[in-house]
Design a protein around this ligand. Sequence first.
Ligand code: B12
Ligand code: SF4
Ligand code: SF4
Length: 286
Amino acid sequence: MQSAIVFSYPYFPTPENAENFPLQNLRIAAYAKNTDYHYWIKEKLQDIITSLQKLHPDQLFLAAVDSSPILERDLAARAGLGWFGKNTCLIHPKKGSLFFICEILTSLKIENKIEALPDFCGTCTKCMDICPTQALEKPKVLNANKCISYWTIESRKIPPIELRSQIGDWFFGCDLCQTICPWNQKVFKSKLSISLNTDLFLKLDAEESLQLESELRLILTSSGKALQKMFAITPLQRSGSFGLRRNALIVIANRKILSLESEVKKFLQDPKLGELAQWTLQKLYS
Ligand code: B12
Ligand code: SF4
Ligand code: SF4
C-alpha cells in the first residue's frame, strides 16, 4: 500500500439508535451508545471504495478502522484532521475530538499537500487535572494501566484496589478528559454536560436513580447468553459478561447502592468476581 485516505467521523451527538440503546442511565462513553462503529464505518468506507475502484480498476483499496495495526492518530494528524492534544486525542478546532478516525489504504500514490494543524492546547491542562486516576502522566502521555477506559473496556482482569474508587460511576469507557476540553465545550456548547463536583458522579434525580438500579440489577442477574444478546452489535459486547458484571459491581460500590446487596452477595463464591464482590459489600457499609 502506498497511501492512506484518512477520515474523521463524528460520534456525538449520537447519530442513530441512541434511544433504542438498552442502557439509558448507566454512565457510558458517548461513542459506545450506538451500534458498534466497526460495522457501520466499514460499510461507509466500502461505498467510497466502490466508487474509487470504478475510477481506478487496477489499484487496491482496503477499509480500516481501529482494526489494523495502524497509528491512526498519527495518520490523521498528518492528514490535517487535528492536533494531538495533551489528553492524547486528536482535536480539530472546529470539530472538537468526539470523532472516530478511519482510513482507506490504497496502492494509489497520492501526494499529500495538506499541512498538519498546529497544537492549540497552549497552557491549558484541564484534561490532566480532571483525570480521576492521573492516567495522563505528562502532556500527551497516557498510562493505559491507569485509564478507566482501559479498565472498563479492554481489560479482562479486576482493577487494582487503589483504582476502584476512582472509577466512580463509569460503567463503560470514560469521557472526562474530552468533555472538559475547551475545544469540545466550544463546539458542542450546552450539549456536553460535565459534573464538576469533586466526586465526579453523574447527578441523577430519584426516577433516574431507580432506573440506574434496575439496569445494574439486569446486568448482575442476566445469564451470559442474555447479556450477549442484549449487547450484540454494540461496543459493550467487547467486555463480555465478565467485564459487564465487574463494571456493575464497581459502580454499585462507588454509588453505594444498598438495595442491590443481595444481588452482589450471589457473586461471593464466583471464582473470578468473588474478591470484587467482597470489596463491594465492604464499600456499601463503609
Ligand atoms: C490502544 C487504544 C486505546 C488505549 C490507550 C489509548 C492511548 N491514548 O494510548 C485505551 C484503551 C486507554 C484507549 C482509550 C480511548 N480511546 Co482508544 N485507541 C487505542 C488504539 C486501538 C491504539 C492506539 C495506540 O496505542 N497505538 C499505538 C501507539 C504507539 O500509538 P499512538 O499512541 O497513537 O502513538 C503516537 C503518539 O504518541 C503520537 N504523538 C503525536 N504527537 C506527540 C507528541 C508527544 C510529545 C508525544 C509524547 C507523542 C505524540 O505519536 C505516536 C506515533 O504516531 C487506537 C486505534 C489505532 N489503531 O490507532 C484507538 C483510538 C486512539 N481510541 C480512540 C478513542 C475514541 C478512545 C476513547 C475516547 C474511548 C472512550 N471514550 O473511552 C479513550 C480515550 C482515552 C485517551 N485519553 O486517549 C480513537 C481516538 C479518536 C481521536 N479523536 O483521537 C482511536 C483513534 C480509535 C478510532 N479509530 O477512532 N484507547
Ligand atoms: S479517559 Fe478518563 S481515565 Fe482515561 S485519561 Fe481520560 S479522564 Fe483519565
Ligand atoms: S483540555 Fe486543554 S490541554 Fe487538554 S487536550 Fe483540551 S485544550 Fe489540550
